[in-house]
Write a protein that binds this ligand. Sequence first.
Ligand SMILES: Cc1cc2nc3c(=O)[nH]c(=O)nc-3n(C[C@H](O)[C@H](O)[C@H](O)COP(=O)(O)OP(=O)(O)OC[C@H]3O[C@@H](n4cnc5c(N)ncnc54)[C@H](O)[C@@H]3O)c2cc1C
Length: 394
Amino acid sequence: MTSRPKVRALVVGAGIGGLTAAVTLRSVGVDVEVYERARELKPAGGALSLMSNAVLALRTLGIDLKLEEHVEILEQLHFRTKRGKLIRTLEFKEICDRLGAPSFGLHRAELQSLLLAAAGDVPVTLGAQATGYEAGADGVRVRFADGSEAHGDVLIGADGFNSAIRRTLAGPETPFEPGYVCWVATPHFSHPAIPKQYGAHYWGRGRRFGIANIGKGQVYWWGTKNMPAEQARDWQGTRAEIEQTYAGWAPEVEACIQATPPEEITAFPARDRPFLERWGEGPVTLLGDAAHPMMTSLGQGAAIAMEDAAVLAHHLKGAEDLPAALRGYERARLARTRSVVAAAHSLSELEQTERLTQLAGRRLFFTFAPRSVLDKQNIDLLDYHAAAAAEVTP
Ligand SMILES: Cc1cc2nc3c(=O)[nH]c(=O)nc-3n(C[C@H](O)[C@H](O)[C@H](O)COP(=O)(O)OP(=O)(O)OC[C@H]3O[C@@H](n4cnc5c(N)ncnc54)[C@H](O)[C@@H]3O)c2cc1C
């Protein structure tokens, strides 16, 4: 009896989603090749929160990145007024304990190196900018900007917000830009109000600030400010503007900015896209931000990309009909990702609001909402198994 030759998967993009796909697909016996536009693997955007749902999803394939041995566990998240007065604390630890998997705050470089280690011998070709693909009876061919090509049985577009694979599939689209900028940085710095495992959001009017102690002497901070979309898209301001934006806020907020050399602050425009209902055709599919970019408000973009990678591997494991397996993966992910994208969008609107009635409503809700209501909102996001059980199966 002849067995089917190993499936050859081309993954375009070596971000969090693409590298996780390399790990998960390899774990189910798929031959993976990763193609990345950048000439050097340098993660953009400082740090991130990586929630329990990503850990739980990887575990379904027996993959454990052992994050707790390397990075800080997120146990609580404080919501504060801009001057630092406590509004509410979310007890993450209890929720994560219930779910059996921690959540983390970590530097992107740390996650990237753990994923690369777990990807083992998967080849990652740098300086390979995909421009499009052609699918045929013999699989799929990806074209690169330098004129070269790669051929595989399936193609996974994990090339982020401006995905070339998505563009080939869905045509040109206009992003949604609500009109605010997000500054991020990870200075080496300590402050008495930022103890180990500290995580907090400070809320202002049309602006907010976040702080997380990510260990190893580093603090992750991010701040947002409403401004015209075209200005946010290409913010060219100075650190003085950022200092001004948060002048009079809690002392630890001001201290974070002052501790950061201006060249270490990165600015991102806030943006997402109308939800795409069709992620693939034939041997091609999408994953992560390429499939479902979302606002950063829930801190879930990376974790949901990792969930995608786990579910994709389950569908491709031992599959004979590869396009059918990819359509199964897409069907399985649509409801979950659609709801998380929508929730992130709504939260982003509420967080950036300048309307006094909404500001008052936000404060009242977070002050008085029963703990069970807040816990349920978090469990809905973090409980990967419940989300997977609700997935539409073929
Ligand atoms: C400011 C900010 C804060 C965030 N905070 C969090 C957080 O706390 N928690 C969280 O879970 N998520 C967070 N996110 C979201 C998270 O970063 C993304 O959802 C996640 O990185 C998506 O991973 P991805 O692999 O799909 O895309 P990316 O990480 O964007 O990776 C795409 C990769 O594809 C490459 N690429 C692009 N085009 C091509 C091409 N044509 N050919 C080849 N390669 C290409 C890129 O160079 C990149 O390496 C945040 C995002 C931002 C902007």
